[in-house]
Design a protein around this ligand. Sequence first.
Ligand code: HEC
Length: 135
Amino acid sequence: MVRLIGYIQESGLGGRETMNKNLRSVFVAMAVGLGVAAAGMPAHAGADSPMKKWMKTEVQPAKASANWAKLQTLLGALGSKNPDAAAFPKWKQFADDGIAAAKKEDKEALNKSCTACHNAYKKQYKEKFPDGAAP
Ligand code: HEC
């Protein structure tokens, strides 16, 4: 989409006579762009990635029910499965912070560890690993 907007901005300067031609080109660009987007889509398009599903069906309920023992197990597995140590240097640290919080049964500290990892890495993770495996 960014490419498309850039294209419109450039070609929009072309003046009236060239407008129709430019418009046609825009539609061609759009069609090509859509094709590329569709081709790049993971197989499960629309469904949650395995990682997201795991977070929602395992981690979230364990937190909601204050299942401290299970949280320690889950976060232990998560911490040891850093998918990209260079991109996510504090991955294990965030998980370990969560384990420490779960050991103390400290919900506030636990929440902080979830949010810390999400704020730091979630967006990038989704871009890099749209099919990211669950721990
Ligand atoms: C070490 C990093 C890390 C920690 C710690 C972590 N998460 Fe996540 N979490 C992720 C990533 C990465 C995703 C995005 C997965 C995806 O969309 O493919 C995610 C997604 C989620 C989602 C899916 C919904 C959303 O916001 O996208 C939930 C729910 C969730 N996490 C709950 C939790 C809870 C509760 C905790 C703390 C007990 C926690 N997570 C701790 C990395 C982490």
